[in-house]
Design a protein. Sequence first.
Length: 202
Amino acid sequence: MFEAREEEQVKRIKYCRVKLLRKGHVGTHTLMGGLPIIPRYNISTFATDGQIIYANIDYAESISQLEVAGILMHEAFHIGLEHNVRVIPLLEKGVSEPLIQTALDYVVNAMIIESSNYGVDFALPEGCLYKPKYSGWSAENVIKDLLDQGWDDPSGPEGYPGPSGYPGPSGSEGDDEGGGMVGGGDSGDNSDDQQEGGSGQE
């Protein structure tokens, strides 16, 4: 049974999801409209495995409705682009999970931030991982570029710069993903990695 504040935020997230549909963002609602929303406190922000939307309630309370909508768009892109499947061959090649997650976030966030309705129907929280040059890049090319820049893997979950976009490699409830939805931790080279400007979070 949800606590009162959890129930309030779950309703708020559902409201933002319906609002996206009413504004014509049918794809996002198609991918995520029927997914249950479950409070979860071992992630920093939001995550999805394509079947459940997980939300850190403390984080949800701290952001605007536009940003909630943007996070839902972000998670929908992860689902639609099948990132939970695409990570598997990369992991098998020895690419680290934090690096994969960061690259996927750069790709998805560029798609969202450069959308025509950005800032009107949805936004991403200030500090999200975004570089204009990664617009239209594949995750594999972003990974290569980050490595060329001297990517330094974080030593543990606290250093995850980006979200899972899904709850960790195993999806088990016991995992501590560390990363949340849009990133913002240390990534080795983050001098200009994060979104300039921002959406007025907090």
